[in-house]
Unconditional design. Structure first.
Length: 463
């Protein structure tokens, strides 16, 4: 209960102070709070968000601003006086500045770029010049570097001089005269070493680096496999360009996870929070997929029309159409979701397609046999208990349902697992093979499979 009381107390203090309109007191109060607490005040008091940012010291204002959602960031920049917004943007770390600017319309981005000082503008334009979703877009060009001929004492002196401008000093980077990365050494090793020790004597040449053109997913995988808070970013010649920190990677991973969830659900990605997205835009985002899926389901109706005579001859078959279609769609959706998640986590790649195929073949057969057996048992008991009369050929109907479910569940598992891998092979986002899309595809083919099996078992009897 104590954290909740503290949170309420902080809000009440803020309301009291803001009503007093004592500018010095407001400034002292805000600058004495934790960054996360100030961010919560912004969310809870949107009518005062501009005042909150304006009263913070510029360094703390930048720290608060960079952890806010994009909607609040846009509103704050729009409402701040031009000189204050320019000061805030210049104070932001380059990677956070680029992350904000790339969310804006081009015309607004150009206007804001003009407010940056020449040094920050040059850095920002360089980062924006890298491909979208590449490591270069979110690397930080501020880092501590030394040379191999330096001593430990010189390294620590360099850290004291320049480290206040860097995001992290956990690792010190060693470069040559051309800026090529030679090694990286943890700050702990320098602190524990003798002051006269040469950096070259501490180097082992074993370092992990990202390429500026690598996709963000690559950075995510490398961080997961290595216990680092930051990794260097180099160009094709090995020149050190900047660093990527773990907090940026976690933020990007969270965004990509949200995007994948929306795509799996069968909708385009929302660029704003749900409640801040205009209803018309929500309709636009959802309409495309719904139309595509609806057209796909129309093929299902076409397939059923093709088997119209079979349905009329054996109306009992119509009873099981929803059962067959939903089972195939569900198995396909399950397989698709599992494979997309495994690929996102780096647990499998395109090269593993044959392993996936074998596993889903076995899983599909087992699950199909299970569901088919349940379907057959249901027909058996309903017939024996006289709950429903399936006719004199009820056994053949039961076998039709059994083998139809076996086939459709197996088919759904194979389609659901292979489609994401196929899309990844074509350089598309696997998440676009969403569960609704897989279900629709399996529905259409499932109808054909169902009536083909029915024709095989019931030809000469019901058909």
């Amino acid at each position: 209960m104590l954290p909740e009381m503290n949170e309420i107390s902080l809000q009440e203090q803020f309301e009291e102070i803001i009503r007093g309109e004592d500018q010095l007191r407001i400034k002292e109060f805000l600058n004495s709070q934790n960054i996360s607490d100030v961010a919560n005040l912004v969310y809870e008091n949107p009518e005062f968000e501009t005042q909150i940012i304006s009263h913070l010291s510029i360094h703390r204002a930048a720290s608060v601003f960079k952890i806010l959602d994009i909607v609040e960031q846009k509103r704050i920049i729009h409402n701040l006086p031009s000189f204050k917004s320019a000061e805030l943007l210049n104070e932001l770390p380059a990677d956070d500045r680029v992350d904000f600017l790339e969310e804006l319309p081009n015309s607004v981005m150009r206007d804001l770029l003009k407010t940056l000082n020449p040094k920050e503008r040059k850095i920002t334009l360089e980062l924006l010049g890298y491909p979208e979703n590449s490591v270069g877009r979110f690397m930080n060009p501020d880092y501590v570097y030394v040379y191999a001929h330096n001593t430990v004492e010189e390294v620590l002196s360099t850290v004291r001089k320049v480290a206040h401008n860097t995001e992290t000093i956990d690792v010190i980077y060693i470069i040559d005269k051309n800026g090529v990365l030679l090694d990286d050494i943890r700050i702990k090793d320098f602190i524990l070493a003798e002051p006269s020790t040469k950096v070259s004597d501490m180097m082992d040449g074993r370092f992990i680096a990202l390429s500026a053109t690598d996709d963000q997913e690559v950075a995510n995988e490398v961080f997961k496999m290595n216990n680092r808070v930051a990794l260097p970013v180099i160009d094709q010649q090995g020149v050190l360009l900047g660093i990527v920190t773990i907090d940026d990677v976690l933020w990007i991973a969270s965004e990509e996870f949200s995007e994948d969830i929306q795509k799996i659900g069968g909708t385009d990605v929302l660029t704003e929070p749900y409640l801040d997205t205009p209803v018309f835009k929500l309709v636009q985002k959802r309409a495309g997929w719904l139309v595509i899926l609806f057209l796909g389901e129309m093929l299902t109706a076409t397939a059923m029309q093709y088997f119209e005579s079979e349905i009329e001859a054996a109306t009992v078959l119509a009873l099981f159409i929803p059962l067959i279609m939903s089972s195939g769609g569900n198995s396909g959706s399950q397989a698709s979701t599992l494979i997309i998640q495994a690929m996102a986590l780096g647990e499998l790649t395109v090269k593993d397609w044959s392993k996936v195929l074998r596993r889903e073949l076995i899983s599909g057969l087992a699950l199909g046999t299970l569901l088919g057996g349940i379907g057959f048992i249901r027909i058996f008991f309903w017939q024996q208990l006289h709950i429903f009369d399936y006719g004199i050929y009820w056994e053949l109907v039961g076998f039709t349902i059994f083998f139809s479910l076996l086939g459709i569940v197996l088919w759904g598992s194979l389609i659901g697992s292979m489609l994401p891998i196929f899309l990844k092979r074509l350089k598309f986002d696997p998440a676009t093979s969403s569960a609704p899309a897989v279900a629709t595809l399996v529905d259409v083919t499932g109808i054909v499979l169902y009536f083909s099996v029915a024709y095989f078992f019931l030809k000469g009897t019901l058909l």
